[in-house]
Ligand binder design. Structure first.
Ligand SMILES: NC(=O)c1ccc[n+]([C@@H]2O[C@H](COP(=O)([O-])OP(=O)(O)OC[C@H]3O[C@@H](n4cnc5c(N)ncnc54)[C@H](O)[C@@H]3O)[C@@H](O)[C@H]2O)c1
Length: 379
């Protein structure tokens, strides 16, 4: 990532945050990802040299009993049941949004307008219009969207190899993100399966990660053609999405996301073929990056299964010694570590709300293409 220096009002706002070494965090939502974020807030300063003490001040939800149990387990100081009273509190510096997707916009806009640092889960919003309003509101405050997979060391190493030109001219970028939650009645009854709470189905949920990762690694998308499918009758969100993509760098690709990928728990995969080699990653084996170097003599060519735990690989200085593997939670810890490092240096962090908005624009085109069957240009 190339750091971008802040200027003007944004820099002054960041500078005012920098004077406070203790930052009080308010987290809205305390479900699955709320636990992941709680862990990351506790751990970030253990693994990264950041000049901030992240204080878990207040966690907000709706059910006081489950909220209190969660707060006690994860060491939150206070609980609250009305987010509107929390995000403008003068003693709060950081608002972290970990609730169903349609609540992201009102909470983020309110927090940004109150001058808070705003961290928001993906997808950034339920629509492009909401995402634009969020990006505009957050223009003057430090912000982050939790596309955490950018911070998996093996993904960061893939990015480094691509930036070094080790793959040559890129021909193909193909990606899958599959789970089997749709085929499980206990899971398929939750908010993720209702448009009114989720905004969309697998596209906002899993395809958003695929799009962010693809544009991070392979650049912007020029045009796409998509189909979506809903398996369960009466459900108003998409269960599967398949997208053909032309990238601006001349490569072509395909994205597939499904909640009916039976046999796959959290199979987030990319595979990139270039004139000089191949890279392959699978989140279910997240410490590994497969690399085929086509510049080797033909009789020595073969796919290397690199163990990306250092030395001289991303986050080798932050986490454990080489060969001592890391897990899902470290991608969130590294996201916070990089975010607060950037904040202390007055640098812009990516992925920002602007990146979340860019993903939302691609998602909108996926839905438009699925409705019309047409190829749609992306700007
Ligand atoms: N980055 C990732 O890889 C990743 C992974 C999982 C979830 N997520 C995102 O995190 C968000 C939450 O997902 P989850 O899996 O934690 O869901 P969840 O159902 O486990 O938890 C949702 C939480 O939101 C709370 N909530 C709902 N309405 C509320 C309200 N009005 N006020 C306060 N709290 C309210 C619920 O009480 C619950 O604690 C979603 O946007 C999802 O897309 C991201």
């Amino acid at each position: 990532m190339v750091p971008v220096m802040l200027c003007g009002l944004h820099a002054r706002r960041v500078a005012s945050h920098m004077q406070t070494s203790r930052l009080n965090v308010a987290m809205i939502g305390h479900g699955f990802i709320g636990r992941v974020h709680s862990n990351a807030f506790h751990q970030a300063a253990h693994f990264f040299q950041i000049p901030y003490e992240l204080n878990l001040k207040v966690v907000c939800g709706r059910n006081r009993a489950t909220l209190e149990a969660m707060a006690s387990q994860w060491n939150w100081e206070e609980v609250a049941t009305d987010w509107t009273q929390v995000v403008t509190r003068p003693d709060i510096q950081v608002v972290d949004i970990a609730v169903p997707n349609v609540l992201h916009a009102p909470i983020a806009i309110s927090a940004a307008q109150a001058g808070k640092i705003v961290l928001c889960e993906k997808p950034l919003a339920a629509s492009v219009q909401e995402a634009e309003q969020m990006a505009e509101a957050a223009r003057r405050v430090p912000n982050l969207v939790w596309f955490n997979y950018r911070r998996v060391p093996a993904v960061g190493f893939a990015k480094r190899l691509l930036d070094e030109g080790r793959l040559g001219k890129i021909f193909h970028y193909r990606a899958l993100y599959l789970n089997q939650s749709g085929n499980d009645p206990s899971k398929a009854s939750g908010w993720r399966y209702r448009r009114a709470e989720a905004g969309s189905g697998v596209s906002g949920d899993l395809l958003s990660h695929v799009i962010d990762m693809a544009t991070y690694l392979n650049g912007n998308i020029a045009e796409l053609c998509a189909t979506t499918h809903t398996f369960a009758s009466g459900r108003d969100v998409d269960d599967a999405a398949i997208v053909m993509v032309r990238f601006k760098n001349g490569s072509v690709g395909s994205f597939e996301a499904s909640r009916y990928g039976v046999g796959c728990s959290n199979r987030n995969v990319f595979e990139i073929n270039g004139s000089q080699g191949m890279l392959r990653f699978d989140l279910e084996d997240m410490n590994r990056l497969e690399f085929f170097d086509a510049t080797q003599p033909p009789n020595l060519r073969g796919t290397r299964k690199l163990l990306v735990t250092g030395p001289d690989q991303p986050y080798a200085e932050n986490f454990w010694k080489p060969g001592h593997t890391i897990g899902y939670e470290h991608s969130f810890i590294a996201t916070l570590g990089d975010f607060f490092t950037a904040l202390s240096r007055q640098e812009v962090f990516r992925p920002s709300f602007g990146d979340g908005l860019a993903v939302q624009r691609v998602l909108e085109r996926v839905h438009k293409s699925a409705e019309t069957g047409a190829w749609i240009k992306c700007n």
